[in-house]
Design a protein around this ligand. Structure first.
Ligand code: NAG
Ligand code: NAG
Ligand code: NAG
Length: 383
């Protein structure tokens, strides 16, 4: 056997022995179970909640605690990626500036670092818990956890234009009888994406708590309302929807989640260029934040079907380095606190030809067209 083939065999064997290396995780999750944000005129369950609107419940805390245990098992245990003891240089946690999101991050980190030895042993101190820093930005300037932020006026402008488009208007007209019924049953006007969303949300929260539904709110009615919510919400925010119309509004998709995508790519680029980086980024946010990103990936339907992202659902981006020094991305999703991660990398439209991991350069090239050169300048455009 010649020297070259011997070297070749050695090389092949070594790439089996020396495995691919996890380099960074960028994780986006939804807060846990909450109380409804809205009610409706004839809501029989309006007084059944003992917390204010939109508050994280103890079930919600538990859900994120379970997800934190899942993270601990994978990234502290199986992959030995981060230290289970608090290390101020490994994980950076950022949250939307909403109580339920901050509390969710706290519950999650309490589980992830439940083996931490870095804490005082003062009598009464909770065992193996330490306060973990969770960073926030004011909601109106939070372009990462608040889907482009509420200060980007162009988002509202493009959304209202989108809701005056013919296919969208026709979709509502086609469903006018059902909307009239919802209006009659609920006692408040249900006639557009916003009012559909509000009624949907109230019923969703009540169903999650097994409350007795008003007699009109049968499973069939719920399913129809749910589909209308999913379709109108996706379309309104820029995504083509088979049932409504065939065109994306790429600018809207980009304004909604391009800044978060830019942040992920920037964090991963720091790894690739060995530029000093956090190993683990956590973003504690909303269902709408997850959906906005999935709309850019064009995998809302293939990953979620007609479901909304569940409470405490996790969307994970792992950056790996293979034995030849190439970087690739694996995307995982956990639907809720009770569901293991599933591989969804090839559901991303930019990664469909890479079932074994999406090369970092291909990911970046494909999605760069969703990133605004100057986000705030674009937000200021009024034409
Ligand atoms: C994990 O952190 C603890 C506490 O700082 C430290 O004692 C330990 O050596 C660290 N383990 C590893 C593998 O770095
Ligand atoms: C609602 O019912 C389901 C099914 O019986 C149960 O698993 C769940 O824990 C209940 N949820 C609440 C909030 O009681
Ligand atoms: C992935 O990127 C490489 C170069 O970086 C390019 O040659 C190849 O065509 C890309 N593959 C796809 C499917 O876009």
């Amino acid at each position: 056997m010649g020297l070259l083939s011997t070297l070749f065999i050695l090389f092949e064997v070594s790439s089996l022995i020396f495995c691919d290396e996890l380099m960074q995780v960028n994780l986006l999750y939804r807060h846990g179970d909450r109380t409804p944000i809205y009610t409706y005129k004839d809501d029989p369950n309006v007084n059944k909640w003992d917390l204010p609107a939109g508050a994280l419940t103890t079930i919600g805390m538990e859900q994120q605690f379970l997800q934190g245990q899942r993270l601990k098992k994978r990234y502290v245990g199986q992959l030995n990626f981060i230290n289970g003891s608090y290390n101020p240089r490994e994980l950076y946690a950022r949250s939307a500036d909403t109580s339920r999101c901050i509390q969710s991050a706290g519950a999650n980190l309490a589980a992830l670092y439940s083996g931490s030895v870095v804490h005082p042993n003062t009598p009464g101190w909770p065992s193996n818990w330490m306060p973990y820093p969770i960073h926030t930005y004011p909601s109106d300037s939070d372009t990462l956890c608040e889907e482009g932020s509420s200060s980007c006026q162009r988002i509202g402008l493009l959304e209202s234009r989108r809701q005056r488009e013919t296919p969208y208007v026709q979709y509502l007209i086609k469903n006018q009888d059902f909307l009239n019924q919802l209006t009659q049953w609920s006692g408040g006007t249900v006639n557009d994406a916003g009012s559909i969303n509000r009624l949907w949300d109230t019923l969703y929260c009540q169903r999650a708590h097994n409350m007795t539904m008003p007699s009109w709110a049968t499973n069939d009615v719920w399913n129809q309302l749910n589909e209308m919510f999913i379709y109108t919400d996706d379309y309104k925010d820029g995504l083509a929807v088979q049932q409504i119309g065939p065109n994306d509004n790429k600018e809207l998709l980009s304004l909604r989640s391009g800044e978060l995508l830019k942040q992920f790519i920037s964090s991963m680029s720091d790894v690739v260029s060995n530029n000093g980086y956090w190993k683990f980024h956590v973003y504690s946010a909303h269902d709408s934040t997850i959906k906005a990103l999935m709309r850019i990936y064009h995998n809302v339907k293939s990953v979620l079907g007609t479901n909304n992202p569940g409470y405490a659902s996790h969307l994970v981006h792992e950056l790996w380095k293979d034995t030849k020094g190439n970087y690739y991305i694996q995307v995982l999703f956990s639907d809720n606190a009770y569901t293991e991660y599933r591989q969804i990398t090839s559901t991303l439209d930019g990664c469909s030809s890479f079932p074994n991991g999406c090369p970092f350069n291909n990911f970046t090239t494909y999605y760069s067209s969703y990133i605004q050169a100057d986000f705030w300048k674009q937000c200021a455009l009024t034409s």
